[in-house]
Design a protein around this ligand. Structure first.
Ligand SMILES: *[C@@H]1O[C@H](CO)[C@@H](O)[C@H](O)[C@H]1NC(C)=O
Ligand SMILES: *[C@@H]1O[C@H](CO)[C@@H](O)[C@H](O)[C@H]1NC(C)=O
Ligand SMILES: *[C@@H]1O[C@H](CO)[C@@H](O)[C@H](O)[C@H]1NC(C)=O
Ligand SMILES: *[C@@H]1O[C@H](CO)[C@@H](O)[C@H](O)[C@H]1NC(C)=O
Length: 393
């Protein structure tokens, strides 16, 4: 259904007035001329000011609609925002086409139809451009992020204490809102944690995290490696262990568990002194002399400064049926990976087995950027997957 049909304009950055025009193209406050904008659909470029602010500036200047066009960095990421005027959000390639149409047509026209729900979008999921990325700058031996979950245009109950755009100008009040952000992604995982804790009350937080991470998927719904918002292959620095799969997390087979003392040792490695550690421990705790962070029993394996060769140790605990797990490794580029033992036999629940992963630089060349691989332990039924992340010195 066509809502309305109107001429469409955009401010196009001209070399002679570049700054002003490029601010106008972003539809920033104080840059739009109502004489040009009034009654038109305005095309605004994403970036700098808030997306909903662009719509507000367009509306204040008298625009009847807005087309929000992605800049290159936001690629294909399209968000459902609570705009204050009829608006449509288009991806970068469509945006380039729209700007070129406006530039070339004598009297460019546009219309905006009422929204419809589209199911089965492909590829999905892909990483949002705004999602925070690794490496972990504080503790590079521990991969961050751990996991990814839905966080784009998530509809949920909303407070009436503020308007849906969370901007002062917005006097609207809604019971439900569509929001994007890590703040929407995190509660999905928190919910999964709650469900897992109900199902497995004795599991530690580390065991629950391990179950969520090792069962995550790294492929999308076209069975290709998950991509970023510009359709390039994403890495564990974007998605950690992958996209959460709650049902798989119920039955991970094995978990990488951690005790309280291992967490305290981690704090020791960050330089926490006795009095600070006492805030976390039940009694006095003495830090060990030597802590090897690459051996922290995490469900991912990260070696940020591989110089020749390193062995990392991990321990897995059986939380499933008895069985024999075999290792399968996808090696990072130019790194050899050996595992010892490469088969683990579990007879009962709670049984633990330790293995050693040896990483060697095979190509003695200049320091490489981060490279990625993974380790999977499988008994044929469970697939316990850990990312391997390596940077050579
Ligand atoms: C941009 O969106 C259009 C749909 O409007 C789609 O056909 C096209 O594939 C998208 N561009 C890219 C590069 O994915
Ligand atoms: C996607 O990855 C490519 C290659 O690493 C990078 O150049 C591009 O900026 C990334 N796009 C987004 C939206 O993160
Ligand atoms: C630990 O560090 C804090 C400051 O960060 C200091 O106030 C405290 O005295 C220190 N405790 C010990 C036991 O060194
Ligand atoms: C890795 O290097 C170590 C020490 O240099 C060596 O003993 C081991 O055989 C190497 N392993 C592989 C898989 O290349």
């Amino acid at each position: 259904m066509v809502c309305f049909f109107s001429s469409v304009i955009a401010y196009l950055a001209m070399p002679q007035a570049f700054l002003f025009d490029s601010y106008s193209q972003l539809c920033k406050a104080g840059t739009l001329d109502p004489r040009k904008v009034n009654g038109k659909i305005l095309v605004c470029l994403r970036g700098d000011n808030a997306r909903v602010d662009k719509g507000r500036q367009a509306a204040l200047a008298g625009a009847v609609g807005m087309v929000l066009a992605n800049n290159e960095i936001s690629g294909n990421e399209i968000l459902a925002d609570p705009h204050v005027l009829p608006a449509s959000h288009i991806n970068y390639t469509d945006g380039v086409a729209a700007f070129s149409y406006i530039r070339s047509a004598r009297s460019p026209m546009a219309y905006i139809t009422s929204p419809t729900t589209q199911l089965g979008a492909k590829p999905a999921p892909f990483m949002a451009a705004f999602s925070s990325k690794g490496p972990n700058t504080v503790t590079p031996e521990i991969l961050k992020p751990d996991i990814t979950a839905p966080g784009v245009s998530v509809i949920a109950a909303y407070t009436e204490a503020q308007g849906p755009t969370n901007e002062d100008f917005d006097k609207r009040r809604v019971l439900f809102n569509s929001i994007s952000g890590t703040s929407m992604s995190c509660p999905h995982v928190s919910g999964v944690v709650g469900l897992l804790k109900t199902l497995h009350p004795t599991w530690s937080p580390a065991a629950i995290r391990s179950a969520i991470m090792t069962t995550a998927r790294t492929r999308d719904n076209v069975i290709e490696p998950m991509t970023n918002a510009s359709h390039f292959k994403a890495t564990p620095f974007s998605y950690g262990a992958g996209h959460v799969q709650p049902n798989r997390a119920m039955d991970p087979g094995l978990v990488y568990d951690l005790s309280i003392n291992e967490y305290l040792n981690f704090l020791c490695s960050l330089g926490y002194n006795q009095s600070k550690i006492a805030l976390f421990s039940e009694g006095p705790y003495t830090c060990p002399k030597h802590i090897i962070l690459t051996d922290f029993n995490y469900p991912s394996i990260t070696v940020p400064k591989l110089d020749g060769s390193i062995s990392v140790i991990r321990t897995v605990k059986n939380v499933g049926s008895p069985g024999t797990y075999r290792a399968r490794i996808i090696k990072p580029t130019a790194i050899s990976v050996a595992i010892e033992p490469d088969s683990l036999k579990f007879r009962k629940i709670g049984e633990e087995k330790t293995f050693k992963l040896t990483l060697n630089v095979t190509k003695a060349s200049a320091a490489m950027d981060y490279v990625f691989g993974h380790l999977i332990w499988s008994d044929g039924k469970h697939f316990v997957r850990s990312p391997i992340v390596v940077k050579t010195v």
